[in-house]
Design a protein around this ligand. Structure first.
Ligand SMILES: N[C@@H](CCC(=O)N[C@@H](CS)C(=O)NCC(=O)O)C(=O)O
Length: 316
């Protein structure tokens, strides 16, 4: 299968407007639920607020400290199993999607790794084989949370900005609406996974609990944004949501509040060819490219160590 043509940012080439495909009623719904709607759902927020100190205690304090590798890999593996079959396999319809039907400009997702609602959106992005820029918003974030508040008026995650459409350019809250929007806009006819299993209700909290809240709070010694003179170029992570090793890297990127291009290339993705081009034959997910230092790093353990050494304690 031919590889999708991508620009250097990992975004597929120009696509014509597909608005005509979407029924007017659906467009109205999406517009109504975009940023500014008053649809607060305090329950989930208070659950996470309650769990936050608990998870922090179990998480064991210093995010940069050496970890028990076996435990890390096992808990992340169980987290992936808990969310099967979501976030690993690319939908058939998206494998066949022409490059012209992918987003032209980069979609931006504000999220944090431990949030089950954000995870649901990332799962959809993997299934849809889409690239987005992630601006992590851990608790105590010094930059990205302010951007969300300025754009949307409230601090609720996920928050997605799609500059390619009228419905998306002002920003959207609500994971369910975001997922439906992404399927509607970029699914190439793929069927949205309906039903309670795909939502956060049954297993959505499992990865958060199993990973003891990793990817929830900004690392106190992170040197990103406030402490650096130079602005940070987004890193690129070759990823798919259900990959247990990629999760460990996303957690670190989130805790360091590092912006990154989330280049999804899940099972069946024709975009694996791009990973091979960048990292060589036999390269696997996760793989990280850091344009700030010119480094390309494979193996989750090495990537996490690299990130904390470059943007964490070692520099503070
Ligand atoms: N119904 C919303 C729930 C979103 C939500 O409650 N997100 C939590 C994180 S899990 C949040 O933004 N909490 C505020 C915070 O972390 O500051 C959705 O599905 O997107």
């Amino acid at each position: 299968m031919a590889a999708v043509a991508l620009n250097p940012n990992g975004i597929a080439a120009v696509r014509p407007s597909r608005k005509a495909k979407r029924p007017a009623s659906r467009r109205r719904l999406l517009t109504a639920r975009a940023a500014g709607s008053n649809e607060d759902k305090p329950t989930a927020q208070s659950v996470l607020s309650f769990l936050c100190p608990l998870l922090k205690a179990f998480g064991g304090g210093d995010a940069a400290a050496p970890r028990n590798r076996t435990l890390e890999v096992a808990t992340s593996g169980f987290a992936s199993i808990a969310r099967l079959p979501f976030g690993s396999k690319v939908d058939e319809a998206c494998i066949a999607r022409p490059a012209s039907a992918a987003p032209k400009e980069r979609i931006v997702l504000y999220e944090f790794e431990a949030c089950p609602f954000c995870r649901r959106v990332r799962e959809a992005l993997s299934q849809l084989d889409l690239t987005v820029e992630v601006r992590p918003c851990p608790k105590d974030a010094v930059k990205h949370r302010a951007e969300v508040e300025a754009m949307g008026g409230k601090l609720t995650f996920p928050f997605l900005v799609d500059p390619n459409t009228d419905a998306g350019k002002g920003g959207m809250y609500e994971s369910e609406d975001i997922c439906r929007y992404l399927y509607d806009e970029y699914g190439n006819g793929a069927e949205f996974p309906e039903g309670i299993v795909s939502t956060t209700v049954l297993t959505g909290w499992m990865p958060t609990l199993l990973r003891a809240g990793r990817g929830m709070t900004r690392y106190a010694n992170a040197t990103t944004h406030r402490e650096r003179d130079e602005p940070i170029e987004p890193l690129t992570l070759y990823n798919y949501e259900g990959n247990q090793f990629a999760r460990l890297v996303r957690e670190a990127l989130c805790e360091l509040e590092l912006p990154y291009v989330l280049f999804n290339c899940g099972k069946g993705s024709p975009r694996r060819a791009t990973l091979t081009e960048v990292a060589g034959q036999g390269a696997s997910v996760p793989y990280l490219v850091d344009p700030n230092t010119g480094r390309g790093v494979g193996e989750s353990e090495e990537i996490v160590a690299y990130l904390f050494q470059t943007y964490g304690a070692a520099n503070s």
